[in-house]
Design a protein around this ligand. Sequence first.
Ligand SMILES: *Cc1c(COP(=O)(O)O)cnc(C)c1O
Length: 457
Amino acid sequence: MTEYPPEPFRIKMTEPIKRIDRHEREIALRNAGYNLFGLKSEDVFVDLLTDSGTGAMSQAQWAALMQADESYAGASSFFRLSRAIETIFGFNHFVPTHQGRAAENILSSLLIKPGLYVPSNMHFDTTEANIRARGGLPVNLVIEEAFQPQNQHPFKGNMDLAKLRDFVKKIDPRNIAFGMITITNNAGGGQPVSMENLRAVAAIYREFEIPFFIDACRYAENAYFIKLREPGYAHKSPLEIAREIFSLADGATMSGKKDALANIGGFLAMNDETLYRAACNELILREGFPTYGGLAGRDLDAMAVGLMEALDESYLAYRLAQTAYVTEKLIETGIPVIEPPAGHAVYVDAGLFLPHIPPHEFPALSLAIELYLEGGVRGVEVGSVMFSREEASGKSTHPRLQLLRLAIPRRVYTQAHLDHVIKSLASIFRRRENLRGYRITYAPEFLRHFTAQFEPL
Ligand SMILES: *Cc1c(COP(=O)(O)O)cnc(C)c1O
């Protein structure tokens, strides 16, 4: 049993939050069109919508902001970030971007032509959308265990190597723009990828001369999972493991809002000089000059410090124990969750929690809405709202899992907050038969979960 870990920090600055009453929450929800993204954050008590950009910065990061260099070109902040990226990632070149998706956009714009494929274990929603927006075809080839929520495989984010090899041969490598892998696998329950699997994936991509880019958003959590779970890595530091991971690839996309412990930022890193030049041109058009890439100098410094802090072992032990604590408490209550515990989030299996609500009536959305009404807790649907697609025939295909994701912001909430979340879910579980499905009343073409509107059935 995972004990709740004493935080490896103490709190120096506070931000007030309050719990509005249930009636006020009902009004807020209706006004938001039953989309939790439409709520005002002040109407949320414990906000587990995302761990993206919602972390608390350290005193070292705040101090770094004060020393930032806001020069348009050649700022010293850029070179400090450059040193951190060199230390951890080791790629020859990088460009800062305002978020991870901007890095995905630049990479997609440079390498994808309509009809080209991009295999991965599982693409995250923004990655998938950026590939599709350029006419590309994202393909998910994660191992079968990823779809078995109670399967205890230690690396459920792994690529299915046989499927990858078959796919590359069948499709012809010339029809593949580049290959990816997401660490940890956010869309698949935040599960890690093993070093052994990363090595094998890299070897296949290399054999067929396919450029290999890692979606590195949670590289530090993935490195620590390797240390904890993979034979031969217990005595290596997270930094050594991270360096080994990135030595296998040709580049990486990164969101600074995850394991760079910053509130904004990202980068695209690569070894290829020609690609780097093209990326700089694209960057100047859309993001900014290559030494700031759409960010303030202070954002670059926050990332430079945060990238290293994310590899601190006491931080990583605390971080992974938090999700393990919530996951295990929910299992004790009988609530179906994805096991084993993931890095950044707890994933409730809403399909099993609410078996009477079919996928096209959005069981995970229903559970997310009820959790907000019950406890003022905001999670996010990762199911048919996010991932179902309309085929040309008019038939829709649904993802295999309907999940409610409770993402834990870094260094923000205490045990009492998490106990409140556990209690709220337990209370819903006791009366789960009463929950109903939802219907979409408005949806945009891409990334519809952010702005879609719903009504209860
Ligand atoms: C967050 C995330 C992204 C996109 O990064 P943003 O900074 O939100 O644009 C891409 N991939 C994964 C796995 C992510 O978690």
